[in-house]
Design a protein around this ligand. Sequence first.
Ligand SMILES: Nc1ncnc2c1ncn2[C@@H]1O[C@H](COP(=O)(O)OP(=O)(O)OP(=O)(O)O)[C@@H](O)[C@H]1O
Length: 818
Amino acid sequence: MAIDRNLIEEEGCLHRFYKIVLGWDYIRLLKESSKQSKNTANETDLGLKQVKDTYKDVDDYLATFEPLLFEEVKAQIIQGKDEDEETEWKMGIVVQCHETDGFHLLELFGEEWGSVSQNDLLLLSKEKFEDDKKRPTTYAFALVEHRLHDKLRLRLHLDGEIKRVNTNEATTSKTLLKVRSRITEQKISWYIMKICSLSTIAREYVAMRSISFLPYKDLILKAADSIHNSEDQAWKISKPLMEYIQTNHNPTQLEAIRAGLSRRKFVLIQGPPGTGKTQTILGLLSAILHATPARIHTKGKISDIKHGPDLDIEQKKIQWAKASPWLTGINPRDAKMPKDGDDGFFPTTGNELKPEVVNSSRKYRVRVLVCAPSNSALDEIVLRLLSTGIRDENDRSYTPKIVRIGLKAHHSIQAVSMDYLVEQKLAGMDFQTADKQKQGGGARDKDTIRASIMDESAIVFSTLSFSGSSLFTKLARSFDIVVIDEAAQAVEPATLVPLASGCKQVFLVGDPVQLPATVISPVAEKFGYSMSLFKRFQKAGYPVQMLKTQYRMHPEIRSFPSKEFYDGELEDGLDVKDRTKRVWHKYRCFGPFCFFDIHEGKETQPSGSGSWENVDEVDFVLLMYQKLVSSYPELKSSSRLAIISPYSYQVKLFRAKFKENFGVDSEKVVDINTVDGFQGREKDVAIFSCVRANKERGIGFVADYRRMNVGITRARASILVVGSVDALRKDVHWKNLITSAEERNCLFKVSKPYVDFFSDKSLASMAVEEAAAPDRLGPDDMDHDALGYDLPMEADQPLPDDDYGDDVGGGDDGIMDD
Ligand SMILES: Nc1ncnc2c1ncn2[C@@H]1O[C@H](COP(=O)(O)OP(=O)(O)OP(=O)(O)O)[C@@H](O)[C@H]1O
């Protein structure tokens, strides 16, 4: 049952959100954040509670999540200040102000607003905040409700400050009172400064508050499903489709798809690295889009479904034309329309797949929303769907009608992005406009067009955050099924955003043993706010379908993470070992799995940063890189070789030293990035620099086993870990990794000068007796004199797995370390 989304209620909870945030004192927040690490008494004051596995009722749930979410808002405000090194003040003049529902609504006139946009949080002040001047006294937060060329509509809350959200007590604030006394005066000028955007977190707040209206509220609170579906509620798929799914999915993938067809309300699928999560999602989409109830109930009896007659192609065309009149005549893709009709949006180039041919018996067509926490994760699935398609009930491959909503769509999937489709529809309309004008019809606005594109799409793709935008709330009918990829990388309120409009079934796909969502507030983090809904359910004992066959890593790479993190349950796909065997494996020091103990290495912390560097590791790694690429030039490619480190400062140092040593930018020839920026990606060879090297202090967030898991599972053929045994073995997981390397004779203690380690003599001593079958170079083909680097060489083309700008969740900077 789709719930009736109560807009008034939504507005009501947004008002509460803004009353709290807009009443805060900016200077107080800054002061508190600087002493927060010592101030545990404050945490009790704020009524913060640890995130639990299950909740007694909605009040219990909200009392836990609401204060933590507000802590995260505070952290975003503080971070906004840190990021904006050059604070840009703009000036505006009040042209109108009135009070309603406890808010002041203000219209500010100005010449230029810079990057200010809707839902931004601004600081409005009588004086500019300047370090050397005396402390400002008349300022308040303001929310941008609307931005026009020369005007801003702002919302302020000047009634008092709610410091403790669990008590709702507002205290009088002199600063707010001062603003209040001046704000209604017209023609008075104010300074404004952008702090941060509140779009995403406000949507998460609304979603969190909406839990009491969700049909599966109890399931979410208790992390348990009290209703067990019977056979009669299960859905079935046609024989040809079932045969396709059975032959193209391994047993654990198949089990996950079957769990989906059982109509269990929440289905959790855990996908360890390289186990075919995306493939399973596509299999699931084929199944759920073409499933029908195994039985239907009529007047108390259960009977089989009756199918209508199949339509011939002409009748189908008539139906398509009725459903999508804009597709006729003027659509540029018409020239490409296959003979048997076009039922969907599909890329105009590079797509040999046919669109869907809808069978008249398909009465149970469901609408699916697929979400991911970041644009890049979302585009991965869209791209896969566009390139491989899904299957219909007759096992025909086709591209369903889809739309990708939101910002920053990767260029390769532009053809299904909302903006492009709107343009297409508008172009189509121009042709019909004359007709319409004659009949007195007017042009439809873009929102209506967007809504109709969404209504017509079988699958809508959106980031979690965007699924809370007004585009979704205006939809005529909600989605039947919501699939969330990378669900373990989202905080719980973010996961609730696409569920807030109600749906019948939810799939959470992810891996809680890989990195979680980035939570900025150290306090919220401490209280467990980064725990995903997926992880909470798993901890509470909710059934999880785990994919167990991996197709990425050489078995020597797979063995340790499998034992350490997945109870030894990971298996290798049929030919993985052969596919990941490489010619450089003939030297023990080039993999598949190695640990290099840089025992003389020193860690340093650049002043003013929370990040760490280790120049000795950089020197060793660059020598190793040089040896590898001069011997195996095919590795001189950012698509094949990666240098990974947990610390952003180490990443910067690698890039700088690379340029210094080789005279070229690293970008095109090697992918250097943080572990966090690498989640979900893979390379032939990954060199992992751990950085920490001390006997006394800890190893900071290198000790996070999820970061370790991601770091050591990015490579297909060789993972070369570089670190300090003495420092790392204080942590139990690292100790186990070092022991595992020792037992497998692939732990190397490396002393200075590092160049000796790669001398001919030394390499010869590391030659493996039974060499891997060379696929390119013979045993003596290695260019022993080629240590001189011969860049620049042909730069590789940008690759599909290049980072393309969406940094959500990626890129740790080590600031929260320790
Ligand atoms: N059942 C299968 N049989 C053979 N190959 C498979 C199967 N399932 C997945 N693969 C292959 O395994 C590789 C990884 O699959 P996919 O990209 O779907 O995994 P993923 O889990 O999404 O990856 P990641 O860990 O990067 O998120 C792909 O090359 C895919 O073709």
